[in-house]
Write a protein that binds this ligand. Structure first.
Ligand SMILES: Nc1ncnc2c1ncn2[C@@H]1O[C@H](COP(=O)(O)OP(=O)(O)OP(=O)(O)O)[C@@H](O)[C@H]1O
Ligand SMILES: [Mg+2]
Length: 434
């Protein structure tokens, strides 16, 4: 099968890596230096639907898997379907569940899905209502969210009225604003493969959204992810399924929002039960990088089946996975791009961009146990590797237990060098205890 992955992040590198294990011909648009080592990059902007459609026709692409939310929200799947090209992902109408948090929150309230208590403020009506509402909160901790897409950076939580006021006012100047009660609990990312006919849950993962150790600092696109989750018991997953996932798909069917792809539920497991934080209509980054090395199905086949309206059973190995994001200096605020990267002393097994990019192996385990996924990287004419974004790499460690996974992830991360590179040193600690 010829498969085209859209995007250039570490998530897309992981998708291309997993698909290329199944001996499919894999293309990536626009891809990065990592995907170039596994398949063929096409220099096409994910927002240029016309160019993607014509490349698909020219190359005889059998399936397009769309990574980034911007392309989905802009209607890439609509353009592909209109051209008779099979796609994995929602059309523009359904992508609104992610691209408008205001619409998504109204949808979940209509269908009785438990969420944080939320107050919506519309754009263009000034900030007076919001200021009055804030004054009545008396210093309570609040989460403010920009309604539209913001790459994980449109959310602020605080109990400082001045900070909340400034953030809310800035958002309201151009977009809708959601003000939510601050929920306390354990957060997890729940993924469902979906068609119009039903859904199947994948193993959940846990992202680390805050920039700094101990979940401090600003929100980011995600600084690391682990899977599986010992706290995600059968009972908890059954409750999430019953109270959040099931009612969502029922509501989507009723409102003609069903699609073939992935629906991702951001969930907070609180003492009062699970609460939906948000929907995303695609795989998560960095969750994908941690999950796919545990997936035992052929990824290309799995996505193809879903795109054809069928729901195969996803299978995951029992290996533990720890993904550590290596970021550029200044991320998530402002950061340089194009920094030269050096991978030092990593041994001959570490071949950047190769499917067997494992750099240490466990006795008796032939599978790779550390994988370096690249995001937006490029190559100099002389072959040198350069960063291209804020979250530059995800170093994923795998192991039979948490200690091995963690050691493999951080062992690999320590070999990746560029000026000002940094990462959280506590990925997974809140879940596995150290
Ligand atoms: N009501 C809440 N209470 C506590 N924390 C919250 C709440 N809402 C959001 N958060 C925190 O903020 C993070 C980002 O919020 P949310 O997932 O809604 O935004 P996003 O920008 O769409 O994120 P993503 O990049 O994952 O799509 C969440 O992952 C969670 O850690
Ligand atoms: Mg989101």
């Amino acid at each position: 099968m010829k498969l085209l992955v859209i995007g250039n992040g570490a998530r897309e590198h992981a998708l291309v890596w997993a698909a290329s294990k199944g001996r499919h011909s894999v293309f990536c648009a626009p891809g990065n230096a990592g995907t170039a080592g596994l398949g063929r990059n096409l220099p096409i902007d994910p927002l240029n639907a016309l160019a993607i459609v014509s490349a698909c026709r020219e190359l005889g692409i059998d399936l397009v898997v769309v990574g980034p939310e911007h392309a989905l929200a802009a209607g890439l799947v609509d353009a592909l379907e209109a051209a008779g090209i099979r796609a994995f992902g929602p059309n523009k109408k359904a992508a609104v569940l992610e691209s408008s948090k205001a619409i998504a929150r109204a949808f979940s309230e209509r269908h009785g899905i438990p969420c944080a208590q939320t107050t919506l403020f519309s754009p263009g009506t000034g900030s007076a209502d919001f200021f009055r509402w804030l004054d009545a909160q008396q210093g309570r901790r609040i989460v403010l969210k920009k309604s539209g897409l913001a790459a994980g950076k449109g959310v602020m939580e605080s109990d400082d009225p001045a900070e909340l006021r400034a953030f809310g006012e800035a958002v309201l100047a151009a977009d809708g604003l959601l003000a939510e009660e601050f929920l306390i609990g354990q957060e997890l990312s729940v993924f469902a493969l979906c068609t119009e006919g039903g859904y199947r849950l994948l193993d959940p993962a846990a992202d680390h959204k805050k920039a700094l150790v101990g979940d401090q600092g600003a929100n980011t696109g995600g600084m690391g992810a682990v899977s599986p989750l010992p706290f995600a018991t059968k009972e908890l997953m059954a409750r999430i399924d019953r109270e959040i996932v099931g009612p969502t798909f029922k509501g989507m069917a009723a409102e003609s929002l069903a699609y073939r792809g992935i629906l991702f539920f951001g969930v907070m497991a609180t003492a009062d039960g699970p609460r939906l934080l948000e929907y995303n209509v695609r795989m998560g980054d960095p969750e994908t990088q941690s999950l796919l090395p545990r997936l035992e199905n052929d990824l290309g086949e799995l996505c193809f089946e879903v795109s054809a309206g069928r729901l195969p059973v996803p299978r995951f190995s029992s290996r533990v996975s720890c993904g550590v994001v290596i970021a550029a200096p200044g991320y998530p605020i402002s950061y340089p791009r194009g920094l030269p990267v050096e991978i030092r002393d990593a041994g001959p097994e570490l071949a950047l961009g190769k499917p067997e990019a494992g750099f240490c192996t466990m006795p008796g385990d032939s599978a790779a146990c550390a994988l370096l996924f690249q995001a937006a990287t490029g190559r100099d004419p002389d072959g040198g590797l350069r960063t291209g974004g804020g979250r530059c790499f995800t170093a994923v460690g795998l192991g039979q237990d948490w200690a091995a996974a963690q050691a493999n992830a951080y062992g690999l991360a320590s070999h990746v060098h560029f000026e000002g590179a940094w990462y959280r040193t506590d990925i997974g600690a809140k879940i596995y205890g150290k």
